[in-house]
Ligand binder design. Structure first.
Ligand code: NAD
Ligand code: 89Y
Length: 344
């Protein structure tokens, strides 16, 4: 089968993980990276040289027209996603785009519509549900280890300096819900299905930031699981769990706890089972990021598998609209104090 030719748009902090993962997939013979693009020439050049990519560009349209890639991988920040996704769709180029999908659900809907009209597959790089420990939790739930879940908590509380690598976060008016809670809400959907309604409270704790850096959300899922999603970037701890997502689930026949250190404990009909669900330490990984980095490779592999088979990606644009609708509902609830029904 011919290799799929890809091109990366955006060569900043997080793109390095994408580039490593594309190199791993290229070594397996699945893809080849034809070109990279960044508005900042030095970034495109550095990425092209570090990863032996033949093409380097500062203009995405020029790159798409010159290289005619099979797909583009958009790793820019959210403000540019709509323009770049619509550009790809207009050229009939398949596209995977980083989270958050866009600043607003109006932009998300527009991208889904543009790609649907163009007949172009669109996937959002929503990698948390591809993490090894999250997959392990879902396996336990699917095999009925704790019976029917009725309560859950998906938690992310850290004091890790996220601003050092991602300084733009301090300037976002809609901050932690769009940056991080969006992953947790997607995990909630992945584990417990769609959400009927939610209530949210937010706070802005760190001096000098524009948006909220703490959020607590109560989700009522359609099959009546209630799930608390809570996150903050302002909880100093030692040891700090960054970037682990901690999960608790209580079910009719037992309990599940995913604790710091990737330790999964399941107490159910079979007694208590302890599992180490630590992610692999890929050769290019840099702890504590290795669980995230492994999931980047898994996400990109899923995209390539779907392009080959014609299957709809698990986190296709249309699916991610549902996750994004939860973010919009959370902001609406935080603003009014009301319980809100998400609307796609
Ligand atoms: P960054 O600012 O370090 O890099 C973005 C790059 O895109 C910059 O170099 C910028 O010059 C370039 N760019 C912007 N517009 C462009 C355009 N029109 N054409 C070409 N290049 C353009 O940002 P980052 O920290 O690498 O984040 C990128 C995305 O990755 C964000 O959406 C962020 O939320 C996401 N991210 C995801 C995870 C995850 O686990 N999924 C983790 C961190 C960041
Ligand atoms: O931006 C965030 C994300 O998506 O995953 C981790 C992160 O980089 C910082 O919390």
């Amino acid at each position: 089968m011919a290799k799929l030719r890809g091109a990366v748009i955006g060569c900043g902090f997080f793109a390095r993980n994408h580039l490593h993962a594309w190199r791993d997939l290229a070594a397996e013979g699945a893809v080849e990276l034809a070109a990279v693009c960044d508005l900042e020439e030095a970034r495109a050049t550095e990425a092209a040289e570090a990863f032996a990519v033949p093409g380097r560009y500062t203009d995405a349209q020029a790159m798409i027209e010159a290289e005619r890639p099979d797909f583009v991988d958009v790793v820019t920040t959210m403000a540019s996603h709509r323009k770049l996704v619509e550009l790809a769709a207009a050229h009939g180029v398949r596209v995977i785009v980083q989270k958050p999908f866009a600043p607003t659900i109006t932009d998300c809907r527009a991208m889904v519509e543009a790609c649907t009209k163009a007949g172009v597959p669109l996937m959002v790089h929503e990698n948390f549900r591809f993490q090894t420990p999250v997959r392990a939790v879902r396996e336990e739930l699917e095999r009925g280890a704790i019976g029917r879940p009725f309560f859950a908590r998906i938690s992310w509380r850290t004091g890790y300096d996220v601003y050092a690598n991602q300084p733009y976060l301090a300037l976002e008016e809609r901050f932690i819900i769009l940056d991080l809670v969006i992953h947790l809400l997607d995990v909630a959907r992945f584990l417990f299905g769609e959400v009927r309604r939610l209530t949210c409270r937010t706070a802005s704790i760190r001096p000098g930031i524009r948006g909220e850096d703490a959020a607590t959300i109560l989700l009522e899922h359609q099959d009546r699981v209630v799930c608390v999603v809570d996150a903050t970037y302002q909880a100093r701890q030692d040891p700090d769990p960054f970037p682990e997502t901690l999960i608790e689930v209580d079910g009719s026949a037992g309990t599940l706890r995913l604790r710091q250190g990737y330790a999964l404990t399941v107490t159910g009909r079979e007694g208590t089972l302890q599992r180490d669900v630590a992610p692999a330490l890929l050769p290019w990984a840099s702890p504590p990021w290795h669980g995230v980095q492994e999931s980047v490779l898994a996400t990109q592999r899923h995209w390539i598998d779907c392009l080959r088979s014609g299957a709809e990606p698990a986190t296709a644009g249309a699916d991610n609209l549902r996750t994004f609708a939860l973010c919009e509902a959370a902001y609406a609830s935080a603003a009014t104090g009301d319980t809100v029904t998400p609307s796609v």
